[in-house]
Design a protein. Structure first.
Length: 406
């Protein structure tokens, strides 16, 4: 781990990610409670806010991925933070002016901006770290995301309750300003490499080249297949989680929060473990174990009538899934040509979300027409299938020589 924290570019990138995670959760929770208050708890208004936060994933992740490959990553992330700062300033203005409905439009702008940061962040990691350090770096990033799954809603709710909407928005200005400062401190050399793209081509040509790149590489096609199956299975079980708690365990529906927390805590521990064991275990081993256990635990969860057993499965599932996700992200960063990192991320994200929503949309009808056992066993089989397909992924140990270690 010492080699990561001695890398200036990586340290400032992680500090920026930390600030952005804090800001996103404060923003999401503050706007959720604000819309609830102003709309009188109107479910249409609340659902509209959720749609606005997730719609850009479909509409702009591909665009953001293509442009991330054309633009300099450090500069792209810096402008992203600046635009996030301005969008929060605009939200604050419309709230103080009394036009609370305008919050929806400004939130859309803020969500769009975020679609440009992730692929640029991946490019910086690829440029500033040698290949053998990438798995540990992705593990730390996964750990941070898992941590905020647990503490993000709690933190955002507490801040809103203590200081209210206006003060929450003002704190966001400080947070996104701080994130921009950390990005500015990343050495500018990450924006200047021999592999920089020629941006003279058209946008559509770049997008077409990205799709051709995926089709021409067996490894990427296998990875896409794993992603699709994993998303479909996750979509099937996600909305039915509460029925496992109420029907199988005979608990109150509010108890679902504790099992969700166990899952998040498992992912947190898994991310930390992945950072330690990467290099000692093969990426293919981590991914296979994580996905295979996810399939087995899905069977156990729906059969279990003991809260302790179900809770243990949730923790272990989160733990091993974090290992699998770390391995998958590492193989993408290490083995994908840098010129196509953004476009690959832009293609995979909407595909994953689309299959997740398809699974979620069909889960209720599937359960009504069959049973909860049929749904969970179908999802378990899908997870096991993904685990065996993942064994075909090549996890090369070859180290790149064109790395800019800063």
């Amino acid at each position: 781990m010492k080699h990561l924290f001695s890398n200036r570019a990586f340290v400032f990138l992680m500090l920026s990610d930390l600030m952005q995670n804090i800001g996103i959760w404060i923003r999401n929770m503050a706007l959720l409670f604000f819309v609830m208050e102003k709309s009188g708890g109107n479910p249409v208004a609340v659902s509209l806010l959720t749609i606005i936060e997730y719609a850009p994933i479909f509409l702009f992740s591909i665009v953001g991925g293509v442009l991330a490959d054309r633009w300099r990553p450090r500069r792209t992330m810096l402008w992203g933070d600046i635009l996030s700062f301005l969008s929060i300033l605009l939200i604050l203005f419309v709230v103080l002016a009394g036009y609370w409905q305008a919050v929806f439009m400004v939130t859309l702008v803020s969500a769009i901006v975020s679609q440009f940061s992730q692929p640029s962040s991946m490019k910086i990691i690829k440029r500033c770290l040698p290949d053998e350090h990438v798995p540990a770096a992705t593990a730390l990033s996964q750990t941070m995301m898992s941590l905020f799954v647990i503490v993000g809603p709690i933190m955002g709710t507490a801040i809103f309750q203590m200081v209210g909407l206006e003060a929450s928005l003002i704190s966001l200005l400080v947070i996104f300003g701080g994130s921009a400062l950390f990005i500015a401190l990343i050495p500018s050399s990450v924006d200047v490499t021999a592999s920089d793209n020629d941006s003279s081509g058209s946008f559509m040509k770049d997008l077409s080249d990205g799709m051709k790149y995926v089709r021409s590489h067996q490894m990427l096609k296998i990875m896409m297949c794993v992603y699709v199956i994993l998303a479909l299975g996750a979509g099937l079980v996600q909305p039915l989680d509460i029925f496992v708690i109420t029907e199988r365990l005979d608990l109150n529906m509010t108890d679902v929060q504790w099992f969700t927390a166990l899952d998040g805590f498992g992912m947190l521990v898994g991310g930390i473990t992945a950072a330690v064991v990467t290099g000692k275990l093969k990426g293919s081993t981590l991914m296979f174990i994580g996905l295979a256990f996810l399939g087995v635990s899905t069977f156990v969860e729906v059969l279990s009538v003991w809260p302790v057993l179900t809770g243990t499965m949730r923790f272990l599932t989160g733990f091993l899934l974090a290992l699998a996700e770390t391995a998958l992200m590492a193989v993408m960063i290490r083995q994908v040509d840098e010129k196509f990192v953004g476009r690959l991320n832009g293609l995979m994200t909407p595909i994953f979300i689309a299959l997740l929503l398809i699974g979620s949309g069909s889960a209720g009808v599937f359960m009504v027409s069959t049973s909860i056992f049929a749904v969970y066993f179908t999802a378990g089989v899908l997870f096991l299938l993904a685990s065996f397909i993942s064994l075909k992924l090549p996890f090369s140990s070859e180290v790149r020589k064109d790395v800019n270690v800063i």
